[in-house]
Design a protein around this ligand. Sequence first.
Ligand SMILES: *[C@@H]1O[C@H](CO)[C@@H](O)[C@H](O)[C@H]1NC(C)=O
Ligand SMILES: *[C@@H]1O[C@H](CO)[C@@H](O)[C@H](O)[C@H]1NC(C)=O
Ligand SMILES: *[C@@H]1O[C@H](CO)[C@@H](O)[C@H](O)[C@H]1NC(C)=O
Ligand SMILES: *[C@@H]1O[C@H](CO)[C@@H](O)[C@H](O)[C@H]1NC(C)=O
Length: 277
Amino acid sequence: MIRTFVLLVLLCLVGVFQVESHEVQSVMLGDSVTLDSGVSEVQQTNNIEWRFDTSRIAYTISGNPKYDDERFKDRLKLERNGLLTINDTRTTDTGVYKFRTIINNKESTKTISVTVYAPVPVPVITSVISQCSSSSESSSSPTCVLQCSVMDVFRVNLSWYKGISVLSSISVSDLSISLSLPLKVEYQDNNSYRCVINNPVSNQTTHVCITDLCRLCTDDVSFSESTEAVIRLVVTALMGLAAVTAFIVLVYDIRLRRVELERHQTHSAGSDTLKQE
Ligand SMILES: *[C@@H]1O[C@H](CO)[C@@H](O)[C@H](O)[C@H]1NC(C)=O
Ligand SMILES: *[C@@H]1O[C@H](CO)[C@@H](O)[C@H](O)[C@H]1NC(C)=O
Ligand SMILES: *[C@@H]1O[C@H](CO)[C@@H](O)[C@H](O)[C@H]1NC(C)=O
Ligand SMILES: *[C@@H]1O[C@H](CO)[C@@H](O)[C@H](O)[C@H]1NC(C)=O
């Protein structure tokens, strides 16, 4: 009894760890993809089937193709030799496809992992900190921190390049998220940096124009100067406030005068009438 149980467990383990030829295919969203069963000896009389995850999506009966799954409605084409074409791919088509046939009482299977990738967006580069060598750090050369960002990406690599070498890289696999990758550059470096986003089917590159992005570096911003800037801002605000107050007073004054003038005119008009009578 226990022996049988152990034997069963062992068989299960062997089954689980059995190495299958596992092919990987990448496809661009919306394109079509053809899955090759790799079984050349399929005859018209052999029934074949393709499964996606657990459900049967396409099979043949006496050589005639049949399609089962609503998710792939009007998008599949199964040929007699086992080639399966999926049209107009969607991200939800990502998964494991399994081919199966029985020829001469011998089962043949083939597993293909398909990943549908969206075209990558163009990375956006911004400068987050622009800082020049202050007197306290005289040895350091002017630097600028750039940020390369992409929104809502899924299964991509985002990298900073200088020439042909990769400076830093991050990848995102399963979640659809926004990515940012910072890079500290030296102000003197010219347009030799670029940010590249790629997945197996597409890539986009944005080149850095340091002279544009790190322009602030020409103004040496130090603590005392920023304090001064704050003071200047406060003074400007106060002056603005004073100006607004002055304007209100002026308007009030003009209105008052106008009222007085009108009163005066009415008065003189009244006296005129009096005179005429
Ligand atoms: C798939 O697309 C091709 C080319 O656009 C077309 O010829 C074929 O009929 C389509 N197959 C299906 C099943 O819609
Ligand atoms: C940057 O460009 C300037 C002139 O455009 C050039 O003199 C300098 O050598 C360049 N520096 C680098 C690091 O390429
Ligand atoms: C990201 O780069 C790594 C290492 O180069 C690679 O193995 C992986 O497939 C890449 N991922 C994507 C989505 O391109
Ligand atoms: C980027 O895509 C182009 C085609 O659009 C391709 O020729 C090139 O090899 C790709 N580069 C990388 C690094 O994937």
